[in-house]
Design a protein around this ligand. Sequence first.
Ligand code: FAD
Length: 371
Amino acid sequence: MTERTALISGAGIAGVTLAHWLARDGWQTTLVERAGDLRSSGNPVDIRGPALPVAERMGILADLRAVATHATAVRLLDPDGRSIARIPVPSRDGEIEVLRGDLAQVLWSATKNDAELLFDDTITGLRQDPDGVDVTFERAAPRRFDLVVGADGLHSAVRRIAFGPESAFSEHLGLYVATVQLGGPPDNPDEVVLLNVPGRLLALHPARGEAGAAFIFRHPQISDLGRGDTLRQKQVIAEAYRGVGWAVPAILDRLKSIEDLYFDAVSRVRLDSWSRGRITLLGDAASSVSLFGDGSTLAMAGAYHLAKALSQAPEDLGVALRGYESAHRRLTTPKHRHVHRVAGLLVPESRFALSPRNTVARVFSREAAGR
Ligand SMILES: Cc1cc2nc3c(=O)[nH]c(=O)nc-3n(C[C@H](O)[C@H](O)[C@H](O)COP(=O)(O)OP(=O)(O)OC[C@H]3O[C@@H](n4cnc5c(N)ncnc54)[C@H](O)[C@@H]3O)c2cc1C
């Protein structure tokens, strides 16, 4: 059999994991990444459940454990910064929490010798026939591939070109998320601190000696907010957290001089089918439930499901892509069902919603402390 060729758009968590597995199965793989390098920002993410055996088979578990964060408890604060509850974080079945940037680096180290990487470029056109896909790029010369995978995140270019406009598939969940590394040591290296006021959450994470902040807040969709417009994004955050007390004004002040900001709408992506002929979607591009802790786990598991399905039906791409979708939807569909409930717990909308959430947290806290 001649070597099969795959183009993966997006060298994020899903794309790099897939490149690793396709290379193992003998594919000649090219990654095209819009950014000029492998961006390393982001707050901690969890590698759990179905992603753990994937990491193990990739031989990266020890590397991930070496960069794991070690928060042992979550502390909830009232709007004045007084402690309401302290809930120990249970360690579950080998689950590992790492900074998103560390995960991206570890995955890339395991993959970099097996795939071609085109940085600072993006797909501009896709034209397929029964035997292949002709691809045009913004910068690179046109090429033809057997398979094209859109692993280019929430605002996927492959999805837009091959499936239709983002608005047809992406539902804004009424929240935005922004994450930054604050550049200084955390107050407490063992605790995640959550400060809620109605409609807004500030989470402070200790990670490998540095404090990270996540702003998660309710806000109507901002249609004219450019994705690279960091200045305007900072203004939106400052506006949303105006009047919130405790350490928030000092953190907003610090934010002004930080360049590496991750900012996005919290969105649910849903499509009836993830594939069109030889073009398929993976990770957030196919099924984002961004924010709710499982994005990276689902991205890694999805990449593995796709590679496995392709290796099980090497002669029939249609069968393989249907197999991938049916295996992986079993994981994503339940997550999609619960997004509004999780959003309500994480960022209660009103004082009436916040109060029962805090009461439950106090009960947990007392039980954990044996009182
Ligand atoms: C820099 C960064 C920081 C993040 N930080 C957080 C965080 O703090 N909290 C959180 O909940 N989630 C964060 N995320 C999202 C999180 O990584 C994903 O939800 C999850 O890991 C699913 O992975 P994915 O590979 O599908 O998407 P992603 O990890 O988002 O990867 C998509 C990749 O595609 C690239 N890309 C996008 N458009 C194009 C294009 N047109 N052409 C080529 N490449 C393209 C992106 O640069 C990125 O490398 C972050 C994503 C990025 C890129």
